[in-house]
Write a protein that binds this ligand. Sequence first.
Ligand SMILES: [Zn+2]
Ligand SMILES: [Zn+2]
Length: 292
Amino acid sequence: MQIKDNNTQIGKTIWVPATQVNLHTHSRYCGHGTGEVADYVVSARKNGLEVLGFSEHCPVPDNRWKPTRMVYSQLPAYFSDVERAREKAGMVVLKGAECDYLPCYRSYYEDELLHRYKCDYLIGSIHFIDMPDRKDVRVHYAPISAKELAQYTKQYIDLLESGLFLFGAHPDVCGCSYLEWDREMEACSRAILEVAADLKIPLEINGNGFRRARVQTSKGLVHPYPLEPFWQLAAEYGITVVVNSDAHAAQDVVASFDDCLALAQNCGLKVAGLEISGPDAQGSYGLRYVAQ
Ligand SMILES: [Zn+2]
Ligand SMILES: [Zn+2]
């Protein structure tokens, strides 16, 4: 397999250290990010990245979650922007999407995103909790009960078990709305970590949490996520850990990397780099996170 980038062969299978990869990037398409896809490529080169992946919040055909997602009809324009940017990037640019997972959208993600649009990768997230009496509770904002936390955990496990995702994004984002690290939170964290470890799916320490307003807990003001106790537990389970900035502005392509790496180190976690091969005859890359 040969790596090609901007029609220039840059080698066979390569391994790129975590500090030179960001696969979690948004743009103006999601409605709450800013900047054009091309702006992020310029910023990535300036900041020394070797690999930049676009993972816009993915729409679904019924436009559920629409206020914070691009609309379904914009999907082709988004992917063409990424393809155009990739042609003249001078670095590896990957095409992806951040998908809110619910089993009813599984075949859509697989058939349209992976097969029809040939995404290089998908990342899985839970931003909304689907309760029988309270639809799509927003994990970033609403205070949630222990019952809702349990449902968040179930959805996150479904996401991991779907087999669609290169990694699970911000598994501890529930720290925005469930503010105390108590027995329920520990049990839910362990349930997610156990499945990620069994299935060998990497989990992400997400830099965006460091840039959000702190939340008041009984231990004082803390970052809503990443949650240090979660990542301390992750070390017990031997999880593969990845780090991304979750940029919503071009200047943030490597934002909070230092904080994420310091947290990993404090918790005794080794951060994985990205092994990348291809593209193959169909233009697809092989991607695998490996710690070295
Ligand atoms: Zn997200
Ligand atoms: Zn994101």
